[in-house]
Ligand binder design. Structure first.
Ligand code: 5AD
Ligand code: SF4
Length: 428
C-alpha cells in the first residue's frame, strides 16, 4: 500500500515515524509525500496538551471524507494519543480504522494487509520494547535523530508522558554506535540523540557521558546533539564530557518549567532554582558561548501572579537563547489534574503572552550579540527567500543564511555574522 505518516508533537514522534516507515517499507509498502495518493494515512499523535489532540481529531475529520469516493482508504492513529485514549478513539471519530500504541508498531504491516490476528493486543505497553535492529527511514539528507532511550520515570505532576510511554529503558551502546555511524556514512553528519530524559541513559554500566565519548570517536560524524535533558540528571561528568568532546555542539535544551521553588515542588521537578542557576553557571564556565534553550509553563494550578513574575525574573537573569513557552493544560490521570485551584483560562493566556513577549526580546538581543562573530554553518538547503542564498544551522543551533549555491549544500561553511533577526543570523 502507499502510505503517509502525519507527525505531531516532539522529536521522539518524528523519530518514531521514521521507525514506522522503515517497518512498513520492509514489509513491501511504499511511502508517498502527496496525501491524495495515499491508501493509508497514519497519524502519529501527541498527548502532551489538549490542543495537540484536538488538532489531530480535526485533521482526521477532514480526511475521512475521502472514504466516500475511496472506501478502501485506511486511517490509523499511533503514538501517545493512541496509547492514552485507546480503541475509544474509534467511537469518538468513526473514520478511524486502527489504533496502535507506542510499543506495538511491529503489527502495522499485518494491520495494513488485514492479516492481524484478533488475539493481538495493539495497545499493550511493553516495558522492554526498544525496536532493535531497525534502521529508521530518513527523509532529511543532512541531520538525523537516533533514539537512545524510551520512556520516563520522573512523573512530573502535569505530564502525561510516563503514563503513555511507560518506564525508562535504554538501547545498547553498540546498537546506537552502529546506527550513528551508518547515518553519518550516508551523509547525515549532524546527529541528535533522543530520549524523553536522555541524560538518564544507562545500559550495561554505560552512562550518558560514556556514550557521548564513544560516539565522539566516529570520524564521519561532524556534530552531536541531544534532547531532552533533565536538570536533576545533568552531572558534572556530563558537563565535562560536553566540553571535551569536540563533536558535541555548544547547545543544551534544559527545561526549567518554572522560576519559582514552590511551583517546581508542586510540579515534582526535584530541583530548585538555586540548583538550576548553579547548572547554568557550570555550563557557561565549562563551555563559553553555549546556547541554552528551555521549556517554560504558565498557569500551573495555584500559580499566583507573583510566582509567575518569579519565572519572568529568572528568564531575565538566565537569558535563554530561546524558550518554548506553554500554557498549562490539564491531563486526565496526572496528579496536577486533581488540584482544585486551577488558574482561569484567560489568565493563563495573558501570562503566556507576557512570557512570549519577554522571551522574544531576549532572543532578539541574543541574536544581535552574534553580529561580528565567525560561525560554522552546516549548510542544509537553499534559503527559502532566495536561490542565491543557502541556509543551515550553527553549532549552537541557530538558523543562518549566507550567499552560496548548491555546491555548499551538505558541507560546512565558515561565515561571519553581519546582521540578525530574532530567528536568523545573516552571514557572509
Ligand atoms: N501542559 C502544558 N505543557 C506541558 N508540557 C508537558 N506537559 C504539559 C501540560 N500538561 C510541556 C513541558 C515539557 C514540554 C515538552 O511540554 O514544558 O517540557
Ligand atoms: Fe514529562 Fe517530566 Fe518526563 Fe519530561 S521529564 S517527559 S516533563 S514527566
Amino acid at each position: 500500500m502507499k502510505f503517509i505518516i502525519e507527525t505531531y508533537g516532539c522529536q521522539m514522534n518524528v523519530a518514531d515515524s521514521e521507525l514506522v516507515s522503515s517497518i512498513l517499507i520492509s514489509a513491501g509498502h511504499t511511502p508517498v509525500t502527496d496525501i491524495d495518493e495515499a491508501q493509508a494515512i497514519i497519524f502519529n499523535t501527541c498527548s502532551v496538551r489538549d490542543h495537540a489532540e484536538q488538532r489531530v481529531l480535526g485533521r482526521i475529520a477532514n480526511e475521512k471524507h475521502r472514504k466516500n469516493t475511496d472506501p478502501e482508504l485506511k486511517i490509523g492513529v499511533i503514538g501517545c494519543m493512541a496509547q492514552r485514549v485507546g480503541k475509544r478513539l474509534m467511537e469518538i471519530e468513526p473514520g478511524i480504522d486502527f489504533v496502535v500504541g507506542v510499543d506495538q508498531y511491529q503489527h502495522l504491516p499485518s494491520i495494513l494487509d488485514d492479516s492481524l490476528s484478533s488475539e493481538e493486543d495493539t495497545l499493550y505497553m511493553d516495558p522492554s520494547q526498544i525496536y532493535p535492529g531497525i534502521m529508521p527511514y530518513r527523509q532529511d539528507k543532512n541531520c538525523g535523530f537516533v533514539t537512545v532511550m524510551r520512556g520516563c520515570n520522573n512523573f512530573c505532576s502535569y505530564c502525561i508522558v510516563p503514563y503513555v510511554r511507560g518506564r525508562e529503558r535504554s538501547r545498547p551502546v553498540d546498537d546506537i554506535y552502529t546506527e550513528v555511524r551508518r547515518a553519518t556514512e550516508v551523509g547525515l553528519r549532524d546527529i541528535t540523540l533522543l530520549g524523553q530524559n536522555v541524560n538518564s541513559y544507562q545500559h550495561d554500566g554505560y552512562r550518558f557521558p560514556d556514550l557521548l565519548k564513544k560516539l565522539n570517536d566516529i570520524e564521519s560524524l561532524w556534530r552531536l546533539r541531544f534532547v531532552t535533558s533533565h536538570p536533576k540528571d545533568l552531572s558534572d561528568e556530563l558537563i565535562s564530557a560536553m566540553a571535551s568532546c569536540t563533536k558535541v555542539c555548544e547547545h543544551i535544551h534544559l527545561p526549567l518549567q518554572a522560576g519559582d521553588d514552590q511551583m517546581l515542588k508542586k510540579m515534582n521537578r526535584s530541583y530548585d532554582i538555586d540548583h538550576y542557576l548553579g547548572l547554568i553557571d557550570k555550563l557557561r564556565t565549562a563551555i563559553p558561548d553555549i546556547a541554552i534553550t528551555t521549556d517554560l509553563m504558565v498557569g500551573f494550578p495555584s500559580e499566583t501572579q507573583s510566582q509567575f513574575e518569579n519565572t519572568l525574573r529568572v528568564m531575565e537573569r538566565i537569558r535563554f537563547d530561546y524558550a518554548f513557552c506553554f500554557k498549562y493544560s490539564e491531563r486526565e490521570g496526572t496528579v496536577a489534574a486533581t488540584y482544585k485551584d486551577q488558574v482561569p483560562e484567560n489568565e493563563r493566556l495573558r501570562r503566556l503572552q507576557t512570557m512570549i513577549d519577554l522571551q522574544r526580546q531576549i532572543t532578539f538581543e541574543k541574536f544581535q550579540e552574534q553580529i561580528g562573530k565567525n560561525v560554522e554553518v552546516y549548510v542544509e538547503d537553499f534559503s527559502r527567500k532566495s536561490q542565491d542564498m543557502v541556509s543551515g544551522k550553527t553549532r549552537d543551533f541557530k538558523i543562518a543564511v549566507l550567499s552560496g549555491s548548491s555546491d555548499k549544500i551538505g558541507g560546512l561553511s565558515m561565515a561571519k555574522v553581519i546582521d540578525a533577526t530574532a530567528g536568523t543570523l545573516i552571514c557572509e
